[in-house]
Design a protein around this ligand. Sequence first.
Ligand code: FES
Length: 110
Amino acid sequence: MIELAKLKDIESGVLRECSIDTGQGQLSLILIEREEGFKAYTNSCPHQGRRLDFAENQFLMTENQELVCPAHGAVFELNKGYCLSGPCKGQSLRQIDIKVDEESIFAILE
Ligand code: FES
């Protein structure tokens, strides 16, 4: 397990980029707290594998709190990471399993 963030540093509903060292290289993840709990996805668009942040920790969002890829405009809902429209419609962001304890959120990597 790798710590992604401290709970005290999380702003609910705001996407946060987390770079972690997997032991086999760096991996960039996106973390968000939703009503249903925390979600983590790889920061990589299924269309061409580009990052989804356009600047450090900056993401494009729709009015409905969907994530927009800054490269070609794919739109992702963030309950399951499903692409609703754009060039990779029907595909999904890769979801990462997480664990939350009293203090922190962790990524569970296989
Ligand atoms: S790389 Fe995201 S829509 Fe093309």
